[in-house]
Write a protein that binds this ligand. Structure first.
Ligand code: C2E
Ligand code: MG
Ligand code: MG
Length: 457
């Protein structure tokens, strides 16, 4: 330890705070560790290098042969814990040792190749290659060894492959990319490997960008209020609307919620975004009322993350008072997943909101697994039947039976019904025949900027 400290001193202290200096220090410590702890840097079970020393040695290979094409293959086994639990730890260890064996073989056969046992059931291989097929062959070779291993549980490995396109890649970046690719197929029976591709790179960049820019985007009002009209199918009259968020990014144009909401749900910012959206709707309704016009209800979406927000109720009541808008003009759309965290707590909050005049609408009905129970237990004022429910009604007789009886059941429960995603005349005709009156879908209107919606009214 003392020795290492002394050697560290050799590095020019003036450099330590610069980026270059930090990088040098980092490489230095990795190199030291690799040299000093050859044994410590190996997995005791498989004798393969751990990730840190793999990064170091792999980085050195790339540095010394910068013009080669490199690929990093990462492997992970879905539910490996279950293998240990059901087949015993010894069998699990034996399997890992066998997998390490084939990695070691490939490592020995191929030039400029190095393998690692990163942790538990995660392995990685850095290699040079000419054709992508070589990499697919490596994957199949490892998979075959796993498939042939005598064990009483299903072992499902997933492989992610990231390739450098000629430029000198950072090995940790390659590993990240391979892991991203791997995660797209982990646990899926139909695919055992995935290449990191341009789409994933874009998604990865977008996620990073969202994380970095979300606060400014909220301040800069880059989240725009779009509204999709709800119509009375028989007359075509607009009976309401749904507020839908659009991110109008100066660089990327209009981005749909499907792309950025999952990131916001992860970091909790979806709460701020929702409140921003709700406020815009209250503001719009308030302006219409002030002009003496009769607004239609415009529903807002409520992320399931609000189930964990103590201020959920208060915020909505405050907005209603502040803008002097009757809550009936701003119905709340919740999905069943909002009730998964703290079910009783969410019911209580909803009851309070309903007692104040808010309308509760169950969004995406028919996609979850607890829909029926929710209908029994909770007085939802409205049910929004999900678009996947009606997608195939023209071609599937069974689908028509399910829809017909679902609508019938909802009518008996005296819940209001609206169907989402109506795209064709046939769907409209069938739904009308079933006694369903209201719908929302591209057949009538697409989501539009709120100003256009107001103009339509
Ligand atoms: P949702 O609440 O179920 O909204 C309906 C979605 O279906 C919207 O997608 C809408 O554009 C789309 N849609 C409507 N009619 C049709 C049709 O005929 N065909 C097809 N294919 N699609 C149709 P969008 O705007 O991309 O929103 C997706 C989801 O994102 C929403 O599903 C909602 O769950 C969520 N979301 C949107 N805005 C917000 C928001 O402000 N806050 C929260 N928490 N979630 C939001
Ligand atoms: Mg909705
Ligand atoms: Mg929906």
């Amino acid at each position: 330890m003392e020795n290492r400290d002394q050697q560290m001193d050799v590095i020019d202290r003036s450099k330590q705070n610069t980026e270059e200096g930090k990088q040098e220090l980092y490489l230095y410590s990795l190199r030291k560790m690799a040299e000093d702890n050859v044994e410590k840097n190996k997995s005791p079970l498989t004798r393969l290098q751990n990730l840190r020393s793999f990064f170091f040695s792999g980085g050195e290979i790339i540095r010394q042969h910068p013009t080669e094409k490199y690929a990093l293959i990462a492997m992970d086994i879905a539910q490996f814990k279950a293998v240990n639990e059901f087949c015993g730890r010894d069998a699990g260890d034996a399997l890992l040792a066998t997998i390490a064996g084939v990695f070691r073989e490939i490592d020995a056969e191929r030039p400029l190749t190095i393998s690692s046992h990163a942790r538990a059931d995660v392995f990685a291989l850095l290699t040079t290659y000419e054709e992508e097929q070589e990499l697919v062959d490596i994957v199949h070779r490892i998979k075959k060894v796993i498939d042939d291993f005598p064990i009483d549980c299903k072992v499902l490995p997933a492989f992610g492959i990231a390739t450098s396109q000629g430029e000198m890649p950072a090995i940790s970046y390659l590993k990240d990319c391979a892991t991203t690719a791997l995660n797209t197929i982990k646990g899926k029976f139909y695919a055992c490997y995935a290449f990191f591709d341009e789409k994933m790179r874009k998604q990865q960049m977008l996620e990073k960008q969202i994380e970095n820019n979300i606060v400014t985007a909220l301040q800069n009002r880059e989240f725009a209020l779009y509204i999709q009209p709800k119509v009375d199918m028989a007359t075509g009259r607009i009976v309401g609307g749904e507020a839908l968020v659009r991110w109008v990014d100066p660089d990327h144009g209009v981005i749909s919620p499907g792309e950025f909401l999952p990131v916001l749900e992860k970091n909790g910012f979806v709460i701020d975004l929702d409140i921003h959206m709700w406020e815009q709707v209250f503001k719009m309704q308030s302006a219409l009322l002030a002009q003496g016009r009769q607004p239609v209800p415009v529903s807002v979406n409520v992320s399931r993350v609000h189930a964990f927000d103590r201020n959920f109720c208060d915020t909505l009541c405050r907005l209603s008072e502040q803008y002097q808008v009757d809550p009936a003009y701003v119905p709340l759309e919740l999905t069943e997943s909002a009730f998964l965290g703290d079910e009783q707590g969410m019911y209580r909050q909803l009851e309070i909101l309903q007692s104040k005049g808010f309308i509760a609408s169950m969004d995406d009905f028919g996609t979850g697994y607890s829909s029926m129970n929710m209908l029994k237990n909770q007085a939802m004022d409205e049910v929004k039947v999900d678009q996947t429910f009606i997608r195939d009604l023209e071609t599937n007789e069974k689908s028509r039976i399910v829809i017909r009886h679902t609508i019938r059941m909802l009518q008996e429960l005296e819940t209001d019904i609206i169907v989402e995603g109506v795209e064709t005349e046939e769907q409209k005709k069938f739904l009308l025949e079933c006694g369903c009156k209201e719908a929302q879908g591209y057949l009538f209107y697409r989501p539009m900027p709120w100003q256009d919606f107001v103009a339509l009214l």
